[in-house]
Design a binder for this molecule. Sequence first.
Ligand code: DHB
Ligand code: MG
Length: 212
Amino acid sequence: MDDRFERYVTELFAAEDPILAKIRARHTAEKLPPINISPEEGKLLHLLLLTIQAQRVLEIGSLGGYSGVWLARALAPTGKLTTIEKDARHARVAREAFAAAGLERRVELIEGSALDILPTLQGGFDAVFIDADKEPLPQYFDWGMRLLRRGGLLLCDNAFFHGAAVDPNDRSGPAVGVRAFNELAAHDPRLVATIIPVRDGLVIGLKTRDNA
Ligand code: DHB
Ligand code: MG
């Protein structure tokens, strides 16, 4: 998106409160990779969860907790965000973010590798947001679909992956993973999906049919 439009949307619709601004500042101070979602992407995720009145949400890849706060704030006080993070330092910063936002009781952070943790989770999630390493994206797709309820949302960051999605000559592991995920999302008969061109692209899919 043109930077001017991005700024316009952010300032008008996705202005951060002091808590989100502080979480982002911590993220920078702790030198976490600068790959967190943007405010307007956070607002979109938040709005999508509100539209389905989500109660149980799964996030793969917590990073510093910035996206998790946008997600968890859309949940009722009885709702629960389960977020998975394999990097211990990221997990520590994310826990601090959830505490700073007063969301400790609405968020469960599980530390470890997603492919180890996903098989231990109970299905029936209202939404799954994938924002983690890109090589295993086809496996995250399968787990997301398995763990989602019918009527639930499959969401995945970095659908364009800086242009790698439209560059078939890019045979790097992450690029191949992103393209494979997009193709699965486009063709799976259980899913009605598209890409919203916010920041680096957000796949959004509604699971309209049960698993076979
Ligand atoms: C990158 C960006 C992301 O948003 C992410 O989730 C992973 C990697 C990147 O720019 O490399
Ligand atoms: Mg991302």
